[in-house]
Design a protein around this ligand. Structure first.
Ligand code: ADP
Ligand code: MG
Length: 700
């Protein structure tokens, strides 16, 4: 190849330093290579020409051949606009520019035949076209025009500075001229033959200058596949490196604790999903590599017992285990739950949180270091430097989305060898996303609820129906049930939200007066001890109603609570609503979730509420959430780099992703070093991506 694709775009004819700077700043394009990988967002069929008379009031981009009759500047409120009259044999219309008049005017010639291209607007009984692209008819004919006209991503700044779609198109042509359209193949012949993928050169040519629909489709498929394939290849290699480099403690034995629990104390039959996941964990723990596993399971699917039995595997091999939860309430709940089982097995377990007294803390630290303590449950407090284990073998992290990668690795540093890590999350990440984002974690899924669960009935009610809702609450309380009423607490608006909560609490206290009714209240501004006191009253059944902000979102388990009322439900995200709903439906009784909203709802809120009413399936909800919010929002900014895809769409191209992952896996399985001749091309591409493109950006 004569032209080096790492050449800076400054050197491309027609670009020059000023435009190059804009390309760099606005589109992140530095080199020829970057420019080739600027893929069009969409294509417009430019084989059709419209007559002014035949225009319709729609949103399509159209092109019209006509004569430029007049050109004048018209003063308006701010500045002026440039208006042209444009005529064909059927009629007249106006062309309008609000910005960049100077260079547009200079570029236009009166009484010449142009092709005007753009969207038409219907304004006071006439059509006009704002900011059309203008091209002399002769030029239009002479150009490397194809049936499908690409539309490139742009920014307002680029457009205002004269870098139009047409110009990008021209520059792209120049690039193909200079490089003679020769690009190195990046997929092996074998793979291309097997999947009927077109070659790289044809794909790149047709993505920019599609000859026809069919070739365009093939080009898109090939390039999407390639993009996803190399991301998967990276992720899988990373995972393999992790497994071979990072040794873990092999837990060889299934010993007395596990067996005793399994034989004598199992409180219920495990679901098949729980058994399967335990086997997966067991296989990891028995190997020499350090486990790094994500356990996904909907709320109430029974992750806790899986975590506990995994801990027993650690204990059986002479190691300690810990469980870290995001809130004190949740940590305490885990502790109380596990304490019962531990007592039966004579296992030493303790709770350590921010509010643990110094004197108890000292005892815990000591027992932890001399190995008397087997299991430690707690919050972030576990990460403090003072907390030293004798030999931590397994760390379980509950509700993963609240802990960052950094915190995960902080646990590692507590040992000579890193402990095995089990991360549990009840916010199902759509499989698609998990696969692309958490390539470095192995994933287990509990996709089955324990038997006998009645599915929760969810309804949406408007605030004006509150009296009916209160009547319903009263009936449920009469039947001996307990009720949650949750208010939003959104950081930016904390003051207002707090007021809403207190107002709500007062009004509820009026409608549900003492002594017949007892109400607990829990919110973020309370001291931990007070929170705990109120929680305990509710857990013990001394209060029938729990008024709270979202502090109860995660993990609280009160089986007798059967009604979840969410106030201002339109302000909650889908996954939060699903989490909240998961607080009920834990006992034998039919449970209900009532989503209260005001009358005014955005389309987005409506979809969220409808989804909640329609399904209890966390994975389905996660998929809807992904569509509504986009992957970046869901994963948080630090991971969004992964989703910075050039051509593929992680949601729409899920099937391509699966295919790419499958093949990346197969290739690495058969030839981990990519040493075989037919795999050389993968190795080379992989290396050059790491060198130039910094593909590690994809992986965060
Ligand atoms: P989560 O996955 O939300 O953490 P938990 O582990 O808290 O769920 O379990 C929810 C409830 O279901 C608990 O009360 C637990 O004891 C119960 N449970 C878990 N597994 C089973 C099972 N296989 N059969 C019956 N009940 C179960
Ligand atoms: Mg849980």
């Amino acid at each position: 190849m004569s032209v080096n694709l790492q050449t800076s775009i400054d050197y491309l004819k027609g670009v020059g330093p000023n435009r190059a700077e804009l390309f760099r700043k606005e589109l992140g394009i530095h080199t020829y290579q970057d420019l080739i990988n600027l893929f069009p967002n969409r294509y417009i069929d430019r084989t059709q020409f419209y007559k002014i008379n035949d225009l319709e009031r729609n949103n399509a981009d159209v092109q019209i051949i006509g004569k430029l009759k007049s050109l004048k500047e018209v003063a308006q409120k701010r500045g002026k606009r440039l208006v042209a009259t444009f005529q064909d044999e059927t009629g007249m219309m106006e062309l309008v520019w609000f910005r960049g008049q100077k260079w547009i005017k200079e570029g236009l010639e009166l009484n010449k035949i142009y092709v005007a291209f753009g969207k038409t607007n219907w304004f006071s009984g006439k059509f006009n076209m704002a900011h059309p692209e203008m091209e002399l008819l002769e030029e239009h004919k002479a150009n490397m025009r194809t049936a499908m006209q690409p539309v490139y991503p742009s920014t307002e700044k680029l457009t205002n500075r004269g870098i139009t779609n047409r110009l990008i198109n021209k520059i792209m042509q120049q690039l193909f001229l200079e490089t003679k359209g020769k690009f190195t193949e990046t997929l092996s012949d074998n793979l291309r033959t097997e999947l009927k993928l077109i070659d790289k050169q044809t794909a790149l040519f047709n993505i920019h200058f599609p000859r026809n629909q069919e070739l365009l489709a093939k080009a898109e498929f090939r390039l999407k596949f390639e993009e996803l394939f190399y991301i998967q290849l990276q992720l899988i290699i990373k995972n393999l490196i992790h497994k071979s480099k990072i040794k873990g403690f092999p837990f060889n034995q299934v010993g007395k604790y596990f067996n005793a629990f399994f034989k004598n104390h199992l409180p219920f039959n495990l679901t098949n999903a729980q058994k399967r996941v335990l086997k997966e964990i067991r296989a990891d723990l028995g190997s020499n590599a350090q486990m790094n596993r994500l356990l996904q399971g909907d709320v109430g699917s029974g992750k806790t017992i899986v975590a506990f039995m995994s801990m027993l595997m650690a204990l059986d091999n002479g190691f300690q285990a810990c469980l870290m939860a995001p809130t004190e309430i949740l940590a305490a709940q885990h502790y109380n739950g596990l304490l019962e089982w531990c007592n039966k097995l004579e296992i030493q377990i303790k709770l350590l949180t921010g509010s643990t007294k110094t004197s108890s803390r000292r005892i815990i630290h000591e027992a932890l270091e001399n190995g008397e303590l087997h299991i430690l449950i707690g919050t972030h407090a576990l990460l403090e430097d003072k907390v030293k284990f004798k030999n931590l073998g397994l760390a379980v992290i509950d509700e993963q989305h609240r802990f960052g990668v950094k915190q995960r690795s902080k646990l590692w540093q507590k040992n000579a060898l890193p402990p095995h890590i089990l991360v549990m999350t009840a916010t199902p990440i759509p499989r698609t996303l998990a696969m692309s984002v958490y390539g470095d974690l192995d994933i287990s899924v509990i996709d089955e609820l324990p038997p006998g669960r009645k599915s929760i009935k969810t309804v949406h009610r408007f605030d004006k129906n509150r009296l009916d809702v209160f009547r319903f609450i009263r009936d449920e309380i009469d039947k001996g049930r307990q009720i949650y009423i949750v208010y939003p607490l959104i950081q930016e608006n904390e003051h207002m939200d707090y007021k809403d909560l207190m107002d709500g609490y007062e009004s509820i206290s009026r409608d549900f007066p003492m002594p017949k009714y007892q109400i607990s209240i829990v919110h973020g501004k309370m001291k931990a001890a007070d929170k705990d006191y109120e929680m305990q009253r509710f857990i013990k059944g001394e209060t029938q109603i729990m008024v709270a902000t979202t502090v109860i979102e995660v993990g609280v388990n009160v089986p007798n609570a059967s009604v979840m009322i969410v106030e201002s439900a339109e302000r909650f995200g889908l996954s939060q609503l699903h989490q909240l709903r998961g607080r009920v439906g834990r006992g034998a009784e039919q449970s209900f979730c009532i989503l209260m909203t005001s009358q005014k709802l955005s389309a987005n809120s409506k979809t969220r509420l409808e989804t909640m009413v329609k399904t209890n399936d966390g994975f389905q909800i996660a998929e809807v959430d992904l569509h509504l919010r986009g992957p970046g929002d869901i994963m948080g900014t630090q991971q969004s780099g992964v989703l910075n895809l050039k051509i593929a769409d992680i949601i729409k191209d899920n099937d391509v992703l699966q295919l790419a992952r499958y093949h990346a896996k197969t290739i690495l399985k058969n030839d981990p070093a990519m040493a075989q001749p037919e795999n050389q091309v993968f190795l080379n591409t992989y290396k050059s991506m790491a060198k130039y493109k910094n593909i590690w950006n994809y992986i965060s």
